[in-house]
Design a protein around this ligand. Structure first.
Ligand SMILES: [Zn+2]
Length: 305
């Protein structure tokens, strides 16, 4: 095998492994969506349970309902954190282990203990890692959770207010005799919108990707970015351990449109070929939240003159 063939074989092996990991990541995203949906349904049921016999949120203890809903949100956050822990560890393991087939092709020694070491280093590295916005992973999730709590509780309060308003209107109308047809229609519409089942449905939507300003979308983005980050960096670490002197930034074949990644993949600032960077000069990976790029180690034998 010539050096060139070896290099191409390594690149194919890395790309294949990376594509496999992206499929695993899609399963994690689906699990995250299912988790939010499950809690969204539970919150909806709490709201429906609190309704009066007209199906309205009238005479409910708002603080008690808010406490019940807040408790569900806290349980969701705990389950979500478990899912993140698992996904981060799995992504670090996968990234570190990606070096094994590469090392075989390159003929480099790569003891399993080295990979295990890279993997355990990476999960704690991610927790310490602070992005440009000054937040680490826990702080970012905590901020999203706070926003979610606010959004859900304020939607719940609006629902209770509407239910009470329509109930009052009803009672006033009944005292004044039968209303005309137009008024009846208006009231019926307002009644429909104020029903607990409707309030619950709208709040449940906040837990899904369909909902406007939905919460799960933000969490999903964090999961995608952070698992990508730890996966890429674990591979950089194990590549370094295997004797790589740098990494090559490669575009995914499904790279949707030109962005900063095209610059990273074509620049040749260090004489390592297009997209080649010494270990201490690799651009921050991933370059953007949904970056599909992958990194391939550069070994000394590739650059010897
Ligand atoms: Zn990219």
């Amino acid at each position: 095998m010539t050096d060139r063939e070896k290099r191409e074989k390594i690149q194919r092996a890395v790309h294949k492994d990376r594509e496999g990991w992206l499929r695993a990541q899609r399963r994690e995203i689906a699990a995250l969506g299912a988790l939010y949906l499950r809690y969204g349904r539970a919150v909806k049921l709490d709201i429906i349970d609190a309704a009066n016999s007209d199906g309205l949120l009238v005479g409910v203890s708002a603080p008690a309902l808010e406490r019940a809903v807040s408790r569900k949100i806290a349980l969701l956050a705990a389950d979500r954190n478990d899912l993140f822990d698992w996904a981060v560890r799995a992504s670090a393991t996968n990234g570190a282990a990606r070096i094994a087939p590469v090392a075989r092709i390159a003929g480099a020694e790569m003891p399993a203990a080295t990979i295990a070491h890279a993997e355990s280093r990476m999960a704690s590295w991610l927790e310490r890692h602070v992005a440009e916005d000054g937040l680490n992973l826990s702080a970012r999730l905590w901020r999203i959770d706070l926003g979610a709590q606010d959004k859900i509780i304020s939607a719940l309060r609006d629902g209770i207010r509407q239910g009470e308003a329509i109930d009052k209107t009803f009672k006033e109308l009944l005292r004044g005799g039968a209303p005309d047809a137009a008024t009846t229609r208006k009231i019926e519409r307002a009644f429909g919108q104020s029903r607990a089942v409707n309030v619950g449905e709208n709040i449940q939507k906040l837990f899904t990707r369909r909902g406007e300003k939905n919460i799960v979308f933000n969490v999903e983005r964090v999961l995608i970015t952070e698992t990508n980050r730890v996966n890429g960096h674990a591979f950089i670490e194990s590549s370094r351990d295997a004797g790589a002197i740098g990494m090559r930034w490669c575009l995914s074949p499904s790279h949707p449109r030109a962005d900063i990644c095209d610059d990273y993949a074509t620049a040749d600032k260090y004489g390592l070929g297009p997209g080649g960077y010494p270990m201490d000069a690799i651009p921050a990976f991933p370059a953007h939240p949904l970056c599909l790029c992958y990194l391939v180690p550069i070994f000394p034998w590739e650059v010897r003159k």
